[in-house]
Design a protein around this ligand. Structure first.
Ligand SMILES: [Zn+2]
Ligand SMILES: [Zn+2]
Length: 393
């Protein structure tokens, strides 16, 4: 659309220490001011200056803006240095777009009947979707109207799921909350985090195909993103059995998109990280060049190298932790793997997993204090600001 405000993403590096600073330049449909920003490097404090459109309206989380200059009113007349390097970018290497793949190996099965409850859960919330959407719209409007809001991380939905066992199951769906007036996502983009009356340890302990283990891991990651503080993936190999670099890159990209870069620790061999960079390079992107501008995938960029380990273990870390471990690397395939799933206390995970692996975890981004809960009580869909970043599973 020609009459739309457009955003252009830039990055400017400090002339002294090369720290990248991202900013978004707005371009309006009709009149655009010209000007510049004088910024202080967020790492070393060096002042530098660059030109941009609409200096008053353009914005940045990275830049400490010392002063905004409009060329028509107060053009910049100082002599601060220009950025050491700069770039315009479109590609997001950290998409952070988790999915719950309903067609993939089911992990939520009725503990009595053994039936998968995943499709039934999506069907149940789909049936009530108009009323759910209504409750969520009311919540959003009232929350926007309040002057003081507690910080809310997720919108969580409780839904009853019918089952042939005769007992009701309760499914927990969620999606990240954005209060920018964005619409409720379509039902199929909700993430299913839990169904009561199921037994993950039973379903995820035994012999499974590599592909099923990887699909289960994808679903566990969606679950852990709601209930846990951090996710640790320790595996010597990712996608290494795939012949072409394009196939390897596809597996990496699927995995990375499922994960939140601010809450994930990847621990693998140096050669495995290099395989990703090589596959990316073949696709036309240079990880090293991207990382100079802070645009690389941060999970790979912060990946911890571990040479002397064959352990394959995937952990949702919190006060209580969930551990999927066994023989499976992050690859898909028909060959069989043994896996075990356990819920363990934090101390046990620290002493039996983290200490032997030699992992020192970065401090996780603090979780927000509330979640928006939408559930059906007495036949009416209601909303509530509930304490805690997530409900108890
Ligand atoms: Zn600097
Ligand atoms: Zn059942």
């Amino acid at each position: 659309m020609i009459f739309e405000t457009r955003e252009r993403h830039h990055v400017a590096n400090c002339p002294k220490c090369d720290t990248p600073h991202r900013y978004t330049e707005l371009k309006f449909p009709m009149i655009n001011d010209r000007g510049s920003w004088l910024v202080a490097c967020r790492k070393c404090g060096q002042h530098f200056v660059f030109d941009l459109r609409n200096p008053a309206e353009s914005y940045s989380d990275d830049c400490m803006i010392v002063e905004r200059f409009d060329n028509d009113i107060n053009p910049y007349a100082g002599n601060a240095p220009r950025p050491g390097a700069s770039a315009v970018y479109q590609l997001d290497m950290n998409p952070d777009q988790p999915r719950f793949d309903l067609d993939a190996f089911p992990i939520f099965k009725c503990a009595k009947s053994g039936e998968s409850l995943e499709a039934a859960a999506f069907l149940a919330i789909g049936k009530s979707w108009l009323r759910v959407a209504d409750a969520r719209a009311q919540a959003t409007n009232q929350m926007l109207a309040r002057s003081r809001l507690p910080p809310v991380e997720h919108v969580v939905f409780f839904v009853e799921v019918p089952c042939s066992c005769g007992e009701p199951h309760r499914a927990i769906f969620y999606h990240p909350l954005r209060l920018d007036g964005s619409d409720l996502p379509p039902v199929e983009e909700l993430l299913l985090a839990d169904v009561s009356g199921t037994d993950l340890a039973d379903v995820l302990t035994g012999i499974l195909s590599k592909t099923d283990v990887m699909h289960a891991l994808g679903k566990l990651i969606a679950r852990w993103r709601l209930f846990n503080d951090q996710i640790l993936l320790a595996t010597p190999f990712v996608a290494h059995q795939w012949k072409t670099k394009a196939e390897r890159l596809a597996i990496w990209e699927t995995l990375l998109a499922q994960l939140d870069p601010t809450r994930t620790i990847l621990m693998t061999r140096g050669a495995t990280l290099k395989e990703y960079r090589d596959a990316l390079l073949e696709s036309g992107l240079d990880h090293v060049m991207l990382s100079r501008f802070g645009l690389e995938n941060r999970i790979v960029g912060d990946g911890k190298r571990k040479q002397d380990s064959h352990a394959k273990v995937y952990i949702g870390l919190g006060e209580t932790c969930e551990v999927l471990s066994g023989s499976a690397n992050v690859v898909q395939g028909d060959s069989m793997e043994n896996v075990t799933f356990q819920a363990l206390g934090r101390n046990k995970v620290e002493t039996s997993y983290l200490a032997p692996l030699g992992v020192s975890l970065p401090e996780p981004r603090p979780r927000l204090s509330h979640h928006l809960l939408i559930e059906c009580r007495d036949g009416v869909w209601r909303w509530d600001l509930a304490a805690g970043a997530a409900p108890k599973p």
